[in-house]
Design a protein around this ligand. Structure first.
Ligand code: URA
Length: 266
């Protein structure tokens, strides 16, 4: 469906820039939706790829990536989160390092907090500031945290990959594999009581499951002996606010597990 839709629009000789932008935006939304549902691969018509390659839109193309790809497993055993952050800031294990302004190791309460939220990877705002979830999705995540009766500083927030993927694409499996040891060691040091996995990438990274979040959300999972609640990613909620109800149900389960009640609504 994507192919027919996209190719017919791309064929016009002189494509208006705005049309192209809105097409790309719609296509992005569709692909993000599929990703949130756990879809890992899509067949794309060669003709569509060729049409995209011809369009002179430099900012829409991924930056050329030199083959920076670690071939040896990470051997470091970090003793502190600061050590991890320092290592991450100089990391060149995968090509994502080439596009980063700042790495985004994560932030928050690292002293066995009730909650650790794990997302996919930094976007443009996070890359600019070196802090996780500070853009629109981050503002929504902060609201979710506050609705649960916590402050942002009470919880730890991190991502599966620590550098921004080009054009906010989903991290590749190789990039996730190379970056995940950082997150695993962070979790080992932070020792959260409960992890909330935000979206398909977090679930895939932590559990290795490619089951869609729609099916897994609201069901308790376990990561290295820590309770893990999968739920929708805040970016998905921005695209489909009707899903907020489900996320709130998931967060109520988390509060119950922690022996807490949500504060009265303001
Ligand atoms: N989306 C994520 O998954 N992580 C961020 O830090 C920001 C947006």
């Amino acid at each position: 469906m994507i192919c027919a839709f996209f190719w017919s629009a791309c064929r016009t000789d002189k494509m208006a820039e705005t049309t192209f932008h809105s097409l790309v935006e719609n296509l992005e939304k569709y692909l993000e939706y599929q990703r949130d549902e756990g879809v890992q691969r899509l067949d794309v018509d060669r003709a569509v790829l060729a049409a995209l390659a011809k369009e002179p839109e430099p900012e829409l193309r991924a930056a050329p990536e030199a083959p920076v790809m670690a071939t040896v497993p990470m051997t470091e055993n970090f003793k502190t989160l600061e050590e991890i952050a320092t290592h991450v800031s100089a990391c060149r294990r995968c090509p994502l390092c080439q596009g980063r302004t700042h790495s985004v190791p994560g932030e928050g309460n690292a002293d066995s907090p009730d909650l650790m939220f794990i997302g996919e990877g930094p976007g443009a705002d996070e890359d600019a500031q070196g802090r996780p979830f500070v853009g629109k999705a981050g503002q929504l995540l902060t609201k979710m945290i506050e609705a649960m009766g916590y402050a942002r500083a009470d919880v730890f927030i991190a991502n599966v990959v620590k550098c921004r993927p080009p054009n906010n694409r989903t991290p590749l499996p190789e990039e996730m594999d190379l970056c995940l040891p950082y997150l695993r060691q962070q979790i080992g040091l932070i020792k959260p009581k409960v992890i909330v996995g935000l979206g398909a990438t977090a679930i895939k990274g932590l559990l290795g499951k490619t089951v869609g979040v729609t099916r897994l959300r609201g069901t308790w999972q376990e990561y290295e002996g820590i309770k893990l609640m999968p739920t929708f990613h805040p970016s998905y909620l921005l695209r489909d606010p009707s899903k907020k109800k489900e996320v709130w149900q998931d967060l109520l389960l988390v509060l119950k597990e922690l022996g807490k009640e949500p504060p009265p609504r303001k």
